[in-house]
Design a protein around this ligand. Structure first.
Ligand SMILES: *[C@@H]1O[C@H](CO)[C@@H](O)[C@H](O)[C@H]1NC(C)=O
Ligand SMILES: *[C@@H]1O[C@H](CO)[C@@H](O)[C@H](O)[C@H]1NC(C)=O
Ligand SMILES: *[C@@H]1O[C@H](CO)[C@@H](O)[C@H](O)[C@H]1NC(C)=O
Ligand SMILES: *[C@@H]1O[C@H](CO)[C@@H](O)[C@H](O)[C@H]1NC(C)=O
Ligand SMILES: *[C@@H]1O[C@H](CO)[C@@H](O)[C@H](O)[C@H]1NC(C)=O
Length: 458
């Protein structure tokens, strides 16, 4: 029933303009920001959260969350280590900075209905709907409106001509945005440097935002979120119908100086460079019907310094209730692994690492990480190598800087955290672990492509 109606809506959402050449794709620069002055502060705040902007989880997890006490969720302050994307919305275009999030579907911006007294909103902080000639709210009875979560009670009156579509979108930590689900023109750059106007992009014009993820310094000056999840309203889904059902990004190490520019690319990037296709590895993207927004992958095994660890494969599995599994997410900084696997990985790292421990009681003790080393004065510190064996017989072998991070001068810690297996929570591969890889989310073939050398391709 649900899937049938979704299919119907998808058809209605389909765009008329199919003339775009498939060799072109959209190329949007990604900016990186950390909200706090020191990496240590930023990380300890990141530790508080499991996953930043995940749209409300399914029932099972919600139930369990209230009964299980997880230290990771307490006081969920968030927003550190996010990647931002700049978009131009409306006519004439207004430039806004959004959090790029593969863990949620809705794209929304902070909106104002001001007409004349708009100076209270600093430029770029808020979308001024009345200053755009192409802004159009959708009707609450339209099929498009049925695709977004609506407030309860819903003030929709379908006999009235101008009953606007209201949405209310809740993230996993209870943060919430609400407003009018609307349509706008967005102006984006293509790979060939052309400016392209895309009409009727559905987005949330947000009049209210609340909760730790969305207000205050933790949101880091962003004006909203670009949802890149799997659902039909996500930015990737809407644009995918024009540009091929893939999007890719390459997150480059932002601690380098000068920081390189990372890009989000919407469209078939890799297939347009056929020669380079062979250097990609692939793993299937799995669907969890209980959390259809997320991109799940499967972990089959873990290697530390080439030795396969004794981890029961069942600890990684996604069960029929939708519990467990592994999500790949741009909106989470650290990597969170299910506890039985985490314990094995930690002890293997402790065995293999041949670097001095920091003196107890210092910053590393307070950091919340279980393994830290002091590399002060060590000329070429050697870190154990981590490899993840993924579904589809591919091997993900990130460089040590993706999982050993600086928490203070000369002190590096293993940036992996455990999640309680019993809580039904899933593992998350965060954005740090993704750095330096071209990641292609190929929704058409339902697979994730990754390549260490791919960042130069795009
Ligand atoms: C908007 O500006 C006008 C003229 O400056 C002023 O009279 C009015 O009170 C202002 N309205 C608000 C809501 O601030
Ligand atoms: C819906 O709007 C119509 C026309 O304005 C009005 O007559 C009717 O009472 C409204 N219904 C509800 C439930 O508010
Ligand atoms: C789009 O491209 C133009 C011209 O190449 C450039 O000046 C502009 O900064 C780009 N805008 C964005 C948002 O990348
Ligand atoms: C990828 O393709 C480009 C252009 O086709 C080529 O110049 C480059 O050498 C290729 N890279 C690799 C690693 O094969
Ligand atoms: C790290 O090692 C250096 C050199 O041995 C030492 O001076 C420093 O106090 C150590 N720092 C910590 C936090 O252990």
């Amino acid at each position: 029933m649900v899937s049938l109606s979704l299919l119907f809506h998808l058809l209605l959402l389909a765009f008329v303009d199919l003339s775009t050449s498939t060799t072109e794709y959209l190329k949007l620069p990604l900016l990186h920001k950390t909200p706090f002055p020191t990496p240590l502060q930023s990380l300890s705040s990141d530790l508080q959260r499991l996953s930043l902007l995940h749209h409300s989880h399914h029932r099972h997890q919600n139930h369990r969350r209230t009964s299980s006490k997880s230290p990771l969720m307490s006081g969920a302050s968030s927003g550190s280590g996010q990647y931002f994307v700049s978009i131009r919305l409306g006519s004439p275009p207004q430039t806004l900075l959004l959090v790029a999030d593969t863990g949620s579907d809705l794209t929304w911006v902070r909106c104002s209905a001001c007409k004349t007294n708009c100076s209270i909103h600093p430029p770029g902080s808020t979308f001024l709907a009345r200053h755009s000639t192409t802004f159009s709210p959708t009707h609450c009875f339209s099929s498009l409106c049925q695709l977004v979560p609506q407030p309860n009670p819903n003030p929709c009156n379908h006999t009235r001509l101008h009953s606007t579509c209201r949405y209310e979108y809740v993230y996993s930590d209870g943060s919430k945005t609400s407003g009018f689900f609307s349509k706008e023109t967005t102006t984006l750059n293509t790979s060939s440097g052309r400016e392209m106007k895309l009409k009727s992009i559905a987005f949330g014009c947000g009049f209210h935002a609340s909760g730790p993820s969305l207000i205050g310094s933790s949101f880091n000056g962003a004006s909203g979120v670009m949802g890149l999840g799997r659902g039909p309203i996500s930015f990737a889904s809407q644009l995918g119908r024009r540009f091929g059902r893939s999007f890719s990004y390459c997150l480059l190490d932002y601690t380098l100086s000068p920081p390189p520019t990372s890009y989000l690319m919407i469209g078939d990037v890799v297939s347009t460079k056929k020669d380079n296709k062979s250097m990609m590895s692939f793993t299937p993207l799995l669907i969890n019907p209980e959390a259809p927004t997320f991109y799940y992958i499967s972990i089959k095994g873990v290697f530390v310094d080439g030795v396969k660890l004794h981890i029961d494969p069942s600890v990684w599995s996604l069960d029929e209730l939708g519990n467990g599994g592994t999500v790949i997410d741009s909106g989470t900084t650290l990597t969170f692994l299910t506890e039985p696997a985490y314990r094995e990985i930690l002890s293997a790292f402790k065995r293999e690492v041949k670097l001095p421990s920091p003196t107890p009681g210092g910053a590393s003790t307070q950091s919340g990480f279980d393994l830290c080393v002091n590399v002060t004065g060590v000329s070429r510190p050697r870190f154990p190598r981590l490899s993840l064996e993924l579904g589809g017989e591919s091997l993900y072998s990130p460089p040590p800087r993706n999982y050993f991070i600086d928490i203070s001068e000369g002190i590096k810690c293993l940036a992996i955290q455990p999640v309680e297996a019993e809580s039904g929570r899933f593992s998350v591969i965060g954005n740090l672990m993704q750095q330096g890889f071209l990641l292609e989310f190929d929704r058409g073939k339902s697979r994730l492509g990754f390549s260490r050398r791919g960042c130069a391709v795009s």
